[in-house]
Design a protein around this ligand. Structure first.
Ligand code: DGJ
Length: 725
């Protein structure tokens, strides 16, 4: 049973895979958080409640002298103005100007199926607890949703705010959750970055006060991912308690880890309340994005695997998540904007017979686009540039036995485009100011239905007209001048959230109308890599930085939250276009095989020898493909902390594993460092092809071995580890 309610003590017990979550309705009808962590029995935890005398809050409850005040109760939702000085989960502006709420237990429901969020992606799931909280004075309500899972130690949470009062109100803050965690010394880990250096892990000791990360970019952004892990100080990949927070959201967000004056710690956040306010008419609701909380008692690695399992099983499109991924040749780094139909066909010829099965035509095929400055929004084929019709290029690619894919940047508009000339108001911008350029382009105002219709109709008609089986959906700049022609002045601060809703509607209408088309996400590399985007795009271009050395760090950081199958990783040319570095093809391929792989180069230059090599790389990838889609991923040596990048992927049944050992800089007098496998069955015996040895899982995981790296810099070895029958 996943949700259990004890009527006598008014306690809710949520029991998922290896975890329990417990809360109780107290004497004041306040829902008090009691426990979240390793599985426990359904004991009465009242003895832990609002530990009188232990904390320093000085307020009593409103209207009651000499009682414990709200500040002493561990919250499932914090409200402001009546003695709780913590970060409020919600801030309501009432018609008389007061900002007061007292959200107390009213009733609850246990639903057999987890309901979807209207207009936003969320995890699928079963039994779900809904707590109905109500403010008796105004009628304002908050519904708190909780779902736990048998197949991953995660809790999915969100809050729905309802205006059940008789007047219009305004929400100045509407977070998705608050989670108190036990008092101890913690570090927070976040994933910061930028273009070509996405998702770099960073650890910071928690201090008294607020540790906060956010995005104001109307995008989850490359600057800092909507994820935070708070862990006991010194936690490693395999030790320490870890509380992960991953927000299923693609617009401006905030996440906070707070240590209050009493050294109590709690996590909270959701939609960024900077530049946010939401008007709720009588009877209206605001649904907040879902947050996925992951718990690990055994270090960061288990937290990551919890997210990988939860996202693969419950959020990524079921049609594609476990299906063999297209192996792509993409022309971007091979040609940039300089191509025609003939050149594209020669690139496709270059990979014939190698096992590469999908040709993706990147930016530059539409409008009058020959560089970054024109054409976005004019989604019709530039036949003059191509020298032929798109259909004839597609027919040729198909005749080679390959599928055809096409690049779009649906949310964007160029000033130099027919659509901008006809509808300048489609671009986001304030009426009385010039717009800010980025990559010479503007962003379409997808908060407006007519703009969404234009985009949906343009893309859907192209996808219907041509045999396009793969779409790369790019997004190359952030929103500025967040102001919409389509909305009244007192609703302009709803913009960032309405952008997210517009984006999800676009994805929904385009992807559902083209159910067999495979969609890949992209945002100037990996600048919008979040669980909500993964719902639509089973894989996302991880970074424009395709240098294998840089990719060890980017993919290592990305794996903190996201499964390998979500990372699109291409083998590109040398010298690398971003770093100028020359790394062997063997290493480039091994690193790019740790995800959904492909090639990004001018294959028309391939020699027969190159083709033979690519064929054997693709065959090697197919051996690993099932591990990439379904396996358990273990980080062993961090490229941020060592000269190595060592990772292991093991099948769920522990019958097969691969260990990838990469060494950055070679030296004459080499360091001797053993590596140890992970994720094997200690009792099983395995044959390790590259060691030419049969050893027990316990030996491989505890004794390990010293890899004989090939000479030189940036080299690696892949070990194939197979259980012996
Ligand atoms: C940014 C992407 O990350 C690249 O892969 C490429 O598609 C370009 N945009 C095209 O403009």
């Amino acid at each position: 049973m996943s949700v259990f309610y004890c009527e006598k003590t008014r306690t809710f017990y949520l029991n998922g895979k290896n975890i329990s979550y417990v809360m109780q309705v107290n004497f004041e009808n306040y829902v008090e958080h009691l426990y979240y962590g390793k599985s426990i029995a359904c004991d009465d935890l009242s003895y832990t409640m609002h530990e009188y005398g232990c904390h320093s809050a000085m307020n009593s409850l409103p209207g009651k002298d000499n009682t414990s005040g709200y500040h002493n109760f561990q919250p499932e939702l914090s409200f402001y103005g009546t003695g709780d000085f913590r970060e409020p989960t919600v801030e309501v502006l009432n018609p008389n100007g007061d900002r007061l709420t007292e959200l107390l237990y009213d009733s609850h429901e246990i639903l057999t199926e987890k309901p979807p969020i209207n207009g936003m992606p969320s995890l699928s799931g079963g039994e779900t607890l809904v707590l109905h909280l109500k403010d008796k004075v105004t009628g304002f309500c908050a519904d708190l949703y909780y779902t736990v899972y048998d197949d991953a130690p995660v809790v999915a949470r969100r809050i729905v705010y309802k205006n059940c009062s008789d007047s219009v109100i305004r929400l100045n803050r509407a977070y998705s959750f608050v989670l108190p965690i036990p008092e101890t010394k913690y570090e927070a880990m976040t994933l910061h970055g930028g273009w070509a250096k996405e998702r770099t892990p960073e650890r910071t000791p928690l201090h008294h006060g607020v540790f906060s990360i956010d995005s104001k970019r109307t995008s989850s952004s490359a600057a800092i991912n909507p994820f935070m892990a708070v862990m006991t100080s010194g936690a490693t990949e395999s030790s320490g308690e870890v509380y992960g927070v991953s927000l299923v959201y693609s617009s401006s967000y905030v996440l906070k880890a707070v240590m209050d004056a009493d050294s109590r710690v709690y996590l909270t956040g959701g939609i960024n309340d900077f530049d946010f306010s939401w008007k709720l008419e009588v009877g209206e609701i605001l649904e907040t994005p879902e947050v996925v909380l992951a718990y690990s008692a055994n270090g960061i690695g288990d937290m990551s695997r919890a997210y990988h399992d939860a996202f693969r099983e419950h959020i990524i499109n079921k049609r594609f998540v476990k299906a063999a991924r297209p192996i792509v040749i993409n022309n971007w780094e091979g040609t940039y904007f300089d191509f025609n139909g003939e050149k594209l066909k020669r690139i496709a010829d270059g990979v014939v017979g190698t096992g590469v099965d999908t040709f993706v035509l990147d930016d530059g095929w539409f409008g009058k686009r020959n560089d970054e400055s024109t054409g976005l929004g004019d989604w019709y084929v530039n036949e003059k540039k191509m020298g032929e019709s798109l259909d004839s290029v597609i027919a040729y690619i198909n005749s080679l036995g390959m599928k055809f894919g096409l690049w779009f940047e649906p949310e964007m508009i160029s000033e130099d485009s027919d659509i901008f000339r006809a509808h300048p108001e489609y671009a986001i911008g304030a009426a009385n100011r010039p717009r800010t350029y980025a990559r010479h382009q503007y962003v379409m105002d997808i908060t407006r239905p007519e703009v969404r219709d234009y985009i949906v109709n343009s893309l859907n008609s192209l996808l219907k007209k041509h045999n396009i089986e793969y779409v790369k959906w790019d997004y190359n700049r952030y929103v500025t001048e967040s102001w919409s022609l389509g909305r009244e002045a007192d609703r302009q601060s709803e913009f960032a959230h309405r952008y997210a809703l517009g984006l999800y509607e676009l994805c929904e209408r385009i992807i559902e109308a083209n159910p067999t088309v495979f969609f890949e996400g992209c945002a100037s590399g990996g600048a919008r890599f979040d669980p909500a985007m993964l719902h639509y795009f089973p894989q996302i271009w991880t970074s424009d930085d395709t240098d294998a050395e840089e990719r060890t760090r980017i993919q290592y950081g990305t794996s903190m939250v996201y499964p390998l199958s979500a990372m699109s990783c291409h083998i590109s040319d040398i010298p690398n276009h971003q770093t100028g570095r020359k790394i062997s093809m063997a290493t480039r391929a091994t690193v790019a095989h740790l995800g959904a792989t492909g090639y990004e180069l001018d294959a028309s230059k391939f020699t027969d020898e190159d083709r033979i090599r690519v064929k054997s790389e693709v065959e090697e990838y197919k051996v690993s493909a099932d591990l990439i889609l379904n396996g358990d991923f273990y980080r062993i040596d961090s490229p941020f902390e060592t000269n190595r990048f060592t990772v292991c992927i093991a099948s769920k049944d522990k019958e097969y594993a691969e260990l990838i050992a990469y060494r950055r800089i070679g030296s004459v007098n080499n360091e001797i460092v053993r590596i140890k496998a992970a994720g094997l069955d200690p009792e099983k015996r395995y044959y390790v092809k590259e060691l030419e040895k049969e050893l027990c899982g316990s030996t491989l995981m505890n004794v390990g071995w010293t890899p004989k790296y090939p000479g030189g810099d940036f080299t690696c070895i892949k070990y194939h580890i197979k259980a012996v029958k």
